[in-house]
Ligand binder design. Structure first.
Ligand code: NAP
Ligand code: G4F
Length: 331
């Protein structure tokens, strides 16, 4: 009988962490999630699989906790998804963002290097590193020009991971993932903010949606497709970096139009532009070329832009209806 492979996931309570945990469980992995201590647990995304996974407390800010976690679990694979991932917060808290999202990666790599350099490691790099894009579409060879403290922290994290691969021979891969969304996306990100507001408006619980830059364009994919790519990268014998994207770009305005049309409403009647949601520097356009991932890993996305908007609107309609029913039962 062969023993199950063990995966350690940082950021397991986040959107990607929860989908990746489910996916690895379905492949027969032992899954351990690294969680930071909190007075109030935020486990809603992993509650359905809580009995199938193990959790260990550690923090990307704390070297000794990472050393202990890596030594105790001694996994075959580590997926580093933990980060301060909301771009606007990175202007409010640039140093904390650099610590979590940038230096935290070095701490984790150090723990791996010292304990067991044969552990395979995945680093969650981001298309936000391309920022003011130097070419269209963006590939693994496109130079970075980050436009936010978050993008700068991710660029550092990316290069330190490449550096540990080249300096110490770590089996480390960076997935340069373009935006990916789902019903588990945080409510502050624009896609989920839109689909949740559409559901609230449809159910009579809100009458407007305030947004920032409607002209920004993103390459939006479906999160469960993207976690498959993370796993595929670590199975390949040669560690490399890969762009993961759909190859299509759409504006925030188009996302809004499709989302409102799903429930038969005209978006112009509800959406208000609000400068509070504009950024000090914007990433105007992202569109990725995932040819390398397709050719080497056989990875292709399975959900179209319209399919993504539709499934998110449907999920939020059901969720808001449930919340509304609960509220009506209160005395
Ligand atoms: P997310 O939902 O914001 O989840 C972030 C996770 O990081 C949460 O589990 C959070 O834990 C954890 N975390 C934050 N600070 C930590 C710390 N100091 N120590 C340990 N864990 C910490 O993000 P996501 O959308 O799943 O994205 C996963 C990763 O991919 C992130 O690194 C993100 O930057 C990157 N990425 C995302 C996208 C995208 O479109 N989603 C695209 C490219 C790259 P708590 O629950 O305790 O807050
Ligand atoms: O949904 P967003 O906040 O995502 P953003 O900034 O692209 O970052 C996400 O994707 C990155 C990959 O490129 C990840 F690395 C990162 O962790 C995160 O997951 O904003 C998307 C666009 C922006 O151009 C923003 O200006 O939507 C525009 N936008 C317009 N109105 C808004 C709003 N964004 C938010 N969050 N809220 C608005 O009201």
């Amino acid at each position: 009988m062969t023993t199950a492979r063990t995966a350690l996931i940082t950021g397991i309570t986040g959107q990607d962490g929860s989908y990746l945990a489910e996916y690895l469980l379905s492949l027969g992995y032992r899954v351990v999630g690294l969680v930071r201590r909190s007075a109030s647990e935020n486990y809603w995304r992993i509650n359905p699989i809580r009995h199938e996974i193990e959790l260990i407390q550690a923090d990307l800010l704390d070297q000794s906790s990472l050393d202990t976690a890596v030594r105790r679990i001694d996994p075959d694979e580590i997926y580093n998804l933990g980060a301060q991932s909301f771009v606007p917060t990175s202007w409010e808290q640039p140093i904390l963002t650099a610590e979590f999202t940038g230096v935290g990666v070095t701490r984790l790599l150090e723990a791996i290097r010292k304990h067991n350099p044969s552990i395979r490691v995945y680093q969650a790099s981001s298309s936000e590193m391309f920022g003011r894009v130097r070419e269209i579409p963006q590939t693994e060879l496109t130079p970075f020009h980050p436009r936010s403290p978050y993008g700068c922290a991710k660029a550092y994290a990316h290069f330190i991971t490449v550096n540990y691969r080249e300096s110490y021979g770590l089996h480390a891969c960076c997935g340069i993932l373009f935006n990916h969304e789902s019903p588990r996306r945080g409510l502050e990100f624009v896609t989920r903010k839109i689909t949740h507001a559409v559901a609230q408006i449809k159910h009579g619980l809100a009458d407007e949606l305030r947004l920032g830059n409607l002209d920004a364009k993103r390459d939006w994919g479906y999160a469960p497709d993207y976690v498959r790519a993370m796993h595929l990268m670590l199975q390949h014998d040669e560690p490399q970096d890969y762009v993961i994207a759909t190859g299509e770009t759409h504006s925030v305005r188009e996302f809004v139009e499709v989302a409102f049309s799903e429930v038969g409403l005209a978006w112009e009647d509800y959406v208000k532009e609000d400068e509070r949601f504009l950024r000090p520097a914007e990433v105007d356009l992202l569109v990725g070329d995932a040819s390398k991932a397709r050719e080497i890993l056989g990875w292709v996305p399975s959900v179209s832009f319209r399919g993504l908007v539709k499934l998110m609107v449907e999920a939020d309609l059901a969720w808001v209806a449930k919340q509304k029913a609960k509220r009506q039962r209160l005395p």
